[in-house]
Ligand binder design. Sequence first.
Ligand SMILES: O=C(O)CCC(=O)C(=O)O
Ligand SMILES: [Fe+2]
Length: 723
Amino acid sequence: MTQTATFRSILAHEPIPSDDQHGYLHIQGAFCPKQQRRDGREQQEEKQESYWTVETLQTALSRVFQHNFASLGFPMAATQVEVLDTVAPFTKIRLIYETPLQALHVLVVIRQRKTTIQSLFQCIDLDEHFGSRPIQATLLTQQPQLSDTIAWTRSSPPKFRRLLMRPGESETLLQEERATTRFVFVSNLLQNEHDADWDEPFWVAQAIRSAFAVDVEVFVNHKSLSKYCHLGFRSAEEAQQAVATYQGKQVEWKWAGATGTEHSITSGMLFLDYASITQRSRRRLVRGDGPGEPSRSECTSLTADVQIPGLVLIPDFVSPEEEAVLLAVLDGPHAPWAPAQNTPTEGGTVKRSVQHCGYVFDYRTADVLRDRSNSGADCPPMPAVDRGDKTLEEYLGESVREGCGWEVVAGVIERVRRTTFSDEDDGEHSYKTINQLTVNRYAPGEGIGSHVDTPSAFGDGLISISLGSGIVMEFNCVQEETKGLRKQVFLPPRSLLLMSKEARYSWEHMIVSRMTDTIDGEVVRRGTRVSLTLRTALDKNGSPMACVESHSFPPCWGNPNLLSPLATPDCERNHVHAVYDAIATQWHHTRGKRGVLWPGATQFLQKLPPGSVVADVGCGDGKYFPAIWEAGSYVIGTDISLPLLETATSAASLCDEGVPESRRVSEPRRHLRNRPAIAVADCMSVPLRTGSCDAAICIAVMHHLSNESRRRRCIEELTEVCI
Ligand SMILES: O=C(O)CCC(=O)C(=O)O
Ligand SMILES: [Fe+2]
């Protein structure tokens, strides 16, 4: 779960009518039908095309919530259902119940059963495809005067300070309030971090409210329940009073559980501080994006007008024919889209699809995964040209004519490396060290959050080629003097955008998630855009990483085995297989024949019923064969090293010369050893039928497998031959 997502569990963030004792429940999700995309993933229906309106949704939800649906376990009907959003995908719904306790019951049902939007609508026989994610449910506070829309951002040093601000508050006011805002951060909530009862934000909120004995909003997130929370008091004075009273004290948290049982636990020594302002919200204030403020500036299509030093737009960098071939391979049915990854910038996961070549960019850590042999860091190499005597353009032309998609990707990358970009102030530059490609696919409505590409991960010179639909990219200045300045640039299809120097480091770039762009006054509907982002991944010293490339296509990424454990990594080939092949004979004489076995393994073998068939995966020179035979079982041995297996079959291995007495096979069992059943095989793919063995052993093999997915795969294989 990402930082932003954790704040989903904020309690009490919506103003509600002040009248009564009703219970208010917020449910969140995408309450709008989804289309199945070609790649099988879900896509929210485009709002313009959807028949699904606030009214349809309101009617459907009323049917769901104004009945007691036994199948869903809702214990009571809501007295009112309100759709709070006015546009698809309608994410916020408010349910009003007769009493807070009723609302609480429904909350518990939704959370415990992980109720999905699909299951909600299924029960009224709505024949549409909705999301399969659990609904998020939040109980609303009874203190309407406290809440406003609140902006949270990630922590910035000092660690626990967070912003809580109300729209319309001026920066000066916030600055003044800084010392004593009405918002307070409280840490050390628990003496014992693992207090089992304290596991539900609702109880936490209840206990804190009753301990502070004044109306207070409680902001907790699931991950930090045991550690900290934020409190919103009605005034700075009340906050001040609370800080003075509770600083360094221990308090007794008391709450009534779902069944009414009283609970109580003791806090740690509380630490309280006022919440502070973060940069992001400051920027919002500077650029005046609050309610009633002037709306966004219009987009200019020419970078010349935009004037961000280091920003260069080259129209028609790829030809329409090249574009068609590129789209066919990158966005076709076999496009190797990576699994969704977490990104803290966009509230959970990257919504658009992404592919990486060369090195994976990890959105969770905002860093490049430099060790390609780690699990999750495995991705196709950079496609490279192999053009013989042809010029690059001849090679590209031929590849386009023959529809060789990967060759065209490789050729275009090479064209970028050879392009010289000129800069009035700074002379000429080219980016020959490009070693990383990220392909982004933006369906209409999808975008990318505002960011500067991690400077320690990528060098100067970020290049983005747009294919398919054009799009407006927005630039937000983060340089101190001009912070908050914002410019928009239209990136036409087939153009190349270079962000270098100031444009790369002092401006964030983003693509707003929306269905249309306003380009020079005209509203233009977005289509699907596929972009190629080319960058130079850096090592920890800031030098370009090696370019991992291949000119055999398609690069080894037959999706869905993008991270296939089946391919033997070079490190295993060179440092395991080759070594055992080379030392097989010595190994057998110095290790195998000495017959030193692991007691755990021999005990296991002895416990097997006589007559069992045992797979010895990675059997090497058959060191365990005598123990298996001696236990009255049969063995089938496999190993990747033929020389090692040869020693298992050699006369030497079958006679007892040099073998300690205790490891020799007794006379009645000798016949078993005459013809050991062995095969050269990779333990990633054991050539034995499912369930054909009674037991499997795999001794001193696992540590030779160089990543987690390969180790897991080996264990799966072992299990499979025995089921
Ligand atoms: O799609 C683009 O043009 C930009 C992508 C981007 O900014 C990124 O992947 O960091
Ligand atoms: Fe970027």
